[in-house]
Design a protein around this ligand. Sequence first.
Ligand SMILES: C[S@@+](CC[C@H](N)C(=O)[O-])C[C@H]1O[C@@H](n2cnc3c(N)ncnc32)[C@H](O)[C@@H]1O
Length: 426
Amino acid sequence: MHRIISHDEAVHAALTECSQDPTAPKGMEFHHAKEGRPLSTPWQVATIRSLMLTETNLAEGWLLDCACGSGIQLIAHASVLNRNAVGIELDEERAIASAMNFLTVAQHQDAATLPWFAQSRILVGDGTDAAGAMEALGQENEAGIALLHIDPARPRNSRTHDLSEMQPPLDQVFQAWAPYFSEHEKGPALLLDLSPRLTNEQRMEVEALVDAVWPQLRRTWVWTSRGRGRVDRLALWLGAAALGSDLRRFVRVPPQLGDGALVISSTDDGSSLECLFHPPKRGEYVSILDAALIESGLAESWLSEVSTEVMTRWAVIEGRRPQLHHLSPLRLSQADNLLVQATGKVVELLSFDLDDSTVDQVVEAALENNMASVKIRMDTPPEKQPRWQGSLDRQLARRHGTKEGFLVRHPGRDVLLLCVCHSESF
Ligand SMILES: C[S@@+](CC[C@H](N)C(=O)[O-])C[C@H]1O[C@@H](n2cnc3c(N)ncnc32)[C@H](O)[C@@H]1O
């Protein structure tokens, strides 16, 4: 049985979890319940995603989130597209928090009379019982589903990210809602918000679940990162919600709220990178790129925008510091800099590893190359790194170098590459 949560019920409920999402406008405080806050989508990420939906042409009908948690993503979709939405949540208190959050955003945006607020509904109930939910919506259920968004709950400490851990299960959701979608030439519109840790095999499993209900649906995989080399969100946009002819997208959320996201797209399915050993060379360029970009499989698409060179000389592709060697500098816009940890020209090959006794030799080499700073950009024992970096900083600050630089380890050999930062801007 589903029940609609009224605004009155939400306002009078004693919700205690309330906090300012640091990515939402000041004063727009969201309610949560049963520790729902860490499950909720940050407002900035949610709105970037909803803005991408404006690229699509959805059918008439409801925007549905059938496991809406605190409702943040659904509210972003509804308010950005100005469309009526329905959220379903199994947990009554979270459903009430969702209804309260709709009210909060509507008040903040002075939108009480707009359809996205006035005609939206929050239901408490099971998101896999489509018939029950449509019945609870009563007369309103004549409209079909324009978009199904689903961000299933997952165990917090999951190691395997197995699809069977998702609640509600994707296959049950697909089967339940399939009869209720509005007609669209591109098929139903679905947005599956999945664990960012899914392996390629698990991604294929998700595709197989979709194919079992809707074979041949268009699809765009979207990796979203908020920095620090991590993929924060992995989503599959399907059918009428697929993003043009893009098969893959990487979205870097900007550090400044209000700035546009950096988007890299590809119409092919991404090729896997391979490490290629080559001897260390003075005068070539080394770039340490964003690990999340590599994980998305879109590094080559991005590189083709910032260089005319065919980039094949990957020295490291795993881990936090993917390392690429190349012959000429990258041409980077300000936004591109978000995808580069360091880039520069190799000025010295140092045939030793970094330790307590060799830090001074790095300082000497840096001074010979007129450097004012050298950042360590390679794996070092965590307990030693601050001491070595501190020593480099102190010793170089006392001298009169002018150039910024960094230090990496050439893979496969005990050679350090001392590099001077360099890129060309445009
Ligand atoms: C990850 S949260 C969704 C967060 C949401 N996207 C947001 O932005 O706030 C997943 C939610 O699914 C709910 N859930 C799990 N099984 C469900 C079911 N069968 N029907 C409806 N909701 C369900 C959980 O209670 C949880 O609140």
